[in-house]
Design a protein around this ligand. Structure first.
Ligand SMILES: NC(=O)c1ccc[n+]([C@@H]2O[C@H](COP(=O)([O-])OP(=O)(O)OC[C@H]3O[C@@H](n4cnc5c(N)ncnc54)[C@H](O)[C@@H]3O)[C@@H](O)[C@H]2O)c1
Length: 387
């Protein structure tokens, strides 16, 4: 099923990148979601033995279902990250070499509607994951906590820092519940790193802990409510215009495989240098954002997406109750210089591949959508990193 690491050709990374995951136990939280499903497919392709821990898929349809991700897992656990005892039990069973924590309430509008659930899932969920790692240890474990570009303090009016954008050392903040919950998850992880997983004492606790911040990811298989690509796809499929809440907001668009490649490269690097460099420069927080030219307005993205889909129309429908930051760009110089990570697909190709994936799903009933993901992953691996 799928193909294994030995067949991964054209991947412009050292062999340790692929070797790092072959036959390794990996726990993904949030594997039933959009990013988690892509990650599970990719890790399986790299030869990892993946356990997933998450609530049932958050949407219908879902990438998890249509790509039959469950078949790729060594173990599939449907459970809540707020259930600390269950999480600790499952982590103890899985004995993962890598933990990739993606489970979250990931939507800004839902954060406004349900701030308590958002904070509980995103903040206490992160505490529970790190606490489970601490309590089942000490054993070698690399933990990647996925937060967001929205964890930074940015004026709601949209005063972005000068290019190249927000850096890892910039102030954390968050002007609404979702963003604040992700900033809080960053602070939780930093406290665990200082208190229990200090890189200087790696030999004792054996845990390398990093946080990763990416931009607005797009790609096939996202059906989340209130996200622009799924909104466009749903509207186009139904033959009605898509309503744009913030057509002039600039966002850092990137294909989902770009940040996932960053997370995997980083996780592999942490193992690579283990245990020679306990004061690793690789510990801490990391941005994996797109280049500045991929930061365009929602309106511009939608226009290109409609062209690539060959259908669709827009209707502006601003929602004054939702106050999102107007402009957000990330500086990823740290990942570029220390990891050699680079985005691979320009925005037009990112949009075209996203549109192609959805066209395959909607226009070819019964199409093998796991294969569609594998085709994208293979093309991504073969693509040249961009300058
Ligand atoms: N998609 C983006 O543009 C984007 C951008 C920046 C950061 N992120 C972050 O990436 C991660 C994944 O996002 P996504 O887009 O795949 O979201 P998604 O909604 O598709 O998936 C979320 C996953 O978390 C799980 N989950 C939610 N609440 C849970 C709970 N209480 N217990 C256990 N599992 C729970 C869901 O079941 C699902 O598997 C999130 O942490 C999100 O904040 C996403």
């Amino acid at each position: 099923m799928g193909h294994r690491a030995g067949a991964v050709e054209g991947l412009d990374v050292s062999s340790t990148w692929t070797d790092a995951f072959r036959d390794k136990r990996v726990l993904i939280t949030g594997h039933t979601g959009f990013k988690g499903s892509w990650l599970a497919i990719w890790l399986h392709r790299l030869g990892a033995r993946v356990t997933g821990y998450a609530l049932p898929p958050p949407t219908r349809p879902s990438l998890f279902e249509v790509a039959r991700v469950r078949e790729l897992l060594e173990r599939h656990v449907e459970a809540d990250v707020r259930d600390a005892a269950c999480l600790e039990h499952e982590l103890g069973q899985a004995r993962p070499r890598f933990v990739l924590h993606l489970a979250a309430q990931p939507l800004v509008p839902e954060g406004y509607r349900n701030p308590r659930d958002t904070f509980e899932t995103n903040v206490m969920g992160t505490v529970n994951v790190l606490e489970a790692v601490r309590r089942v240890g000490p054993r070698p474990c690399t933990v990647v906590v996925v937060t967001s570009d929205k964890c930074y303090e940015v004026a709601p009016s949209g005063c972005d820092p000068a290019p190249p954008g927000l850096r890892e050392s910039d102030r954390l903040g968050g002007s609404e519940p979702y963003s604040a919950s992700k900033a809080a998850a960053e602070i939780v992880a930093a406290a665990y790193r200082r208190s229990y997983f200090d890189p200087q004492h790696l030999h004792e606790h054996q845990v390398a802990l990093v946080t990763v911040r990416a931009g607005n990811v797009i790609g096939g298989g996202d059906w989340s409510p209130t996200r622009i690509v799924p909104d466009v796809v749903r509207a186009a499929a139904a033959g009605r215009p898509v309503e744009l809440r913030m057509p002039h907001a600039v966002r850092p668009w990137q294909h989902v495989l770009d940040p996932l490649a960053g997370y995997l490269t980083l996780a592999a690097r942490l193992v690579d240098e283990w245990p020679d460099d306990p004061r690793s420069a690789h510990s801490g927080a990391w941005n994996f954002g797109p280049p500045t030219e991929s930061c365009v307005t929602v309106g511009a993205l939608v226009e290109q997406l409609h062209r690539a889909l060959g259908r669709g129309a827009t209707a502006d429908s601003p929602d004054p109750s939702i106050r999102e930051t107007a402009t957000l760009t990330l500086c990823s110089d740290k990942a570029r210089s220390l990891l050699g990570w680079r985005p691979r697909w320009p925005l037009d190709e990112t949009i075209r591949r996203t549109a192609d994936w959805y066209c395959r799903y909607y226009d070819q009933p019964g199409a093998d959508m796991r294969q569609a993901c594998m085709d994208d992953i293979a093309a991504y691996e073969a693509a040249e990193p961009r300058p």
